[in-house]
Design a binder for this molecule. Structure first.
Ligand code: NAD
Ligand code: IPM
Ligand code: MN
Length: 361
């Protein structure tokens, strides 16, 4: 019997549609080569162009519609003309929250053939797995704007760290570290954030008592940013808050081959709602429409989708294919010093995967 995965595609803005097309090619190729499962993609035209026409980023019933799918594959959201806080809150962030995708998994792994800007680094020293809290914290969206435009104007932006939200992300990170036999590092900022991060550190301590087998470390975020560059091998599995995770994973992207290679999964571990797979990067308006966006981040996110559906062997095959493409160093986009187009990279990778596949099954 053929298993059919129903995927909602929100290609979105800028380079989103260009890169997502390549991920779809790869997923379809893997399914075709295997033969026991298929992907059924449904495209939603939501994003900043939709906003220009309808005054909203997605259909009013958008969340209801998305609920029916097994997963969501997203390109990027945001384009000049729509304020970023509107475009992102009304689409990306509302999906993460509505579907309780509280785990954001972002690998920072330097593949062979990928460029690292650090001198004297061993490739295997850049191999981190970021577990970013993804539904609350600094991104709670709670606040107010009082006396707007007046002399006594006041703006409040509240961080929200619930017991449930903090515990579950830290526990998820411990489970991940335990499963992979790796250390777990917590990154916070309790010296300045005297409620939220003191609480975070306390919960980390409490939960760590349940996992005596997991080696732990804890850093303040400023020192962690420095250490990621001066001594990346310290970091294996990392757990941190929403905003810190956002910032640190862009540093991670720079360490592991660039933003064009950085992938992420927004996961609802209970599988009550669909999870969403998307590259770390944005819509890259500066290169949009030129057909030169690097699709490898989106494709890596597609490999996380394969893992999520239990096809870890194919998830790994896709990563190995990316590594092979990087090592061949011929068909790459300009951000990787190549001259190839987005779709040429997608096509080449599909070819590589088809060549590697027979040895894997
Ligand atoms: P960005 O990631 O879009 O671009 C930063 C730089 O990296 C640009 O120079 C861009 O050309 C380059 N870049 C990014 N992805 C690339 C790729 N795949 N291949 C080659 N080069 C790539 O970040 P930004 O410029 O800060 O934001 C642009 C827009 O995207 C904004 O509206 C922002 O809010 C939005 N954004 C959306 C997401 C998302 O949808 N997940 C993430 C980040 C930013
Ligand atoms: C990311 C992005 C988003 C975030 C923005 C676009 C809201 O930067 O996924 O890293 O901060 O989570
Ligand atoms: Mn980001």
């Amino acid at each position: 019997m053929t298993n059919i995965y129903k995927i909602a595609v929100i290609a979105g803005d800028g380079i989103g549609p260009e890169v997502i097309d390549q991920g779809i090619k790869v997923l379809n190729k893997v399914a075709e080569l295997d033969g026991s499962f298929q992907f059924d993609f449904t495209h939603f035209p939501w994003g900043c162009e939709y906003y220009a026409e309808h005054g909203r980023m997605m259909a009013e019933t958008g969340i209801e519609q998305l609920k029916q799918f097994d997963a969501i594959y997203l390109g990027a959201v945001g384009f000049p003309g729509v304020p970023d806080h509107i475009s992102l809150w009304d689409l990306l962030l509302v999906i993460r929250k509505s579907f309780d995708q509280y785990v954001n998994i972002r690998p920072v792994k330097l593949l062979r053939g990928a460029h690292c800007p650090l001198a004297d680094v061993n490739r295997e020293d850049v191999d981190m797995l970021f577990i970013r809290e993804n539904t609350e914290g600094e991104y709670s969206g709670a606040g107010d704007w009082l006396f707007k435009g007046q002399e006594n104007e006041v703006v409040l932006q509240n961080g929200v760290f619930s017991r449930k939200g903090t515990e579950r992300i830290i526990r998820y990170a411990f489970e991940t570290a335990k499963k992979h036999g790796r250390s777990l590092t917590s990154i916070s900022k309790a010296n300045a954030l005297n409620y939220s991060m003191v609480f975070w550190d306390q919960v980390f301590e409490e939960v760590s008592a349940e996992y005596p087998e997991v080696e732990t470390a804890a850093y303040l975020v400023d020192a962690a940013a420095m250490l990621m560059i001066t001594d990346p091998k310290r970091f294996e599995v990392v757990v941190t808050s929403n905003l810190f995770g956002d910032i640190l994973t862009d540093i991670g992207a720079a360490l592991a081959g660039g933003i064009g290679l950085a992938a992420g999964a927004n996961v609802n571990p209970e599988r009550e709602f669909p999870s969403m797979f998307e590259p770390v990067h944005g819509s890259a308006p500066d290169i949009a429409g030129k057909g030169i966006g690097n699709p490898l981040a989106s494709i890596w996110s597609a490999s996380q989708m394969l893992d999520y559906f239990g096809h870890e062997n194919y998830g790994k095959l896709v990563i190995d294919g990316i590594e092979e493409l990087l090592l061949q160093n011929t068909i790459l986009t300009p951000d990787m010093k190549g001259t190839a187009s987005t779709s040429e990279v997608g096509d080449r990778l599909v070819g590589i995967i088809a060549e590697m596949m027979p040895a894997r099954v």
